[in-house]
Write a protein that binds this ligand. Structure first.
Ligand code: ZN
Ligand code: ZN
Length: 261
């Protein structure tokens, strides 16, 4: 008997399952991202255990001086070629099936499986209802479900008003723009008290969105927060205040910086 029977269209379609072209090197047949490309482009880097900035085996100077509201950040790859194109495909083309390949890379980054195992809940970074309508899906939720379907709580964090696209804003304005814009869904607040959570996002740039989410989670008594992101830029995080990072303090700090700029 032949391995594949192409006599009917249904059998041909069946035979193609699991075969594809690698999105990066275009090798065929391959997974959506082939193992060669993962080995070449997703080698783990030594990263600050708190903010995942590369080049620090222990907490970086920023994190030592001004720890963020989360405990630990883990990241699979550096933002840049070829992952920027992969993330664009995930985010803007609505290619949610492709998320499985990216989640696979995330899952094998150092510390991620352990963090997922220990977590009580896996929380995707939320989109505003406006952005969700525009895009049709939340890429962080899609990644979270691939990473841990049964622990994912899709609506634990809520954005309470629309914010302009963060990418177009300078660093300090990003946080000012986000202060007070995220809350924990009251339905889940009691269930998260004293729990360990993993926060999922596709990209970390300044860390301001994660900081806003972490502050909201701390307000309902979440005990331990690990941020897990697919990619991170190599710039230091925004958490560089001279004061502890309460919402009010941070707003004042950012206002001061904007005013003195
Ligand atoms: Zn490849
Ligand atoms: Zn750090």
């Amino acid at each position: 008997m032949a391995l594949f029977d192409f006599a009917s269209p249904a059998n041909w379609v069946q035979s193609q399952r699991g075969f594809s072209v690698c999105s990066i090197c275009h090798a065929w047949p391959a997974q959506a991202i082939c193992t060669g490309c993962i080995e070449r482009f997703a080698q783990p880097l030594v990263r600050c255990p708190v903010c995942a900035l590369p080049g620090f085996a222990s907490a970086c100077p920023d994190c030592t001086k001004h720890p963020p509201a989360w405990d630990q950040a883990l990241c699979a790859v550096a933002y840049g070629y070829p992952w920027d194109a992969c993330l664009a495909r995930l985010k803007f083309k609505g290619d949610s099936a492709f998320a499985g390949a990216l989640a696979h890379v995330m899952q094998h980054a150092p510390g991620v499986e352990n963090a997922l195992d220990e977590a009580h809940a896996v929380l995707p970074m939320p989109l505003s209802p406006e952005r969700l309508r525009e895009r049709g899906f939340n890429q962080a939720l899609v990644l979270a479900r691939h990473l841990s379907r049964h622990k994912t709580i899709s609506d634990a964090l809520l954005r309470i008003r629309h914010t302009p696209t963060q990418a177009s804003l300078p660093k300090a304005q990003r946080l000012l723009n986000l202060v007070g814009t995220m809350v924990v869904n009251p339905r889940h607040a009691a269930g998260l008290h004293q729990r360990r959570v993993v926060l999922i996002d596709d990209v970390m740039t300044t860390g301001s969105s994660l900081q806003t989410a972490a502050l909201a989670l701390r307000q309902v008594g979440v005990r331990h927060i690990t941020a897990v992101v697919f990619a991170r830029t190599d710039a230091p995080t925004l958490v560089d205040s001279d004061e502890p990072m309460g919402v009010g303090e941070n707003a004042r700090h950012v206002s001061h910086r904007l005013g003195s700029a």
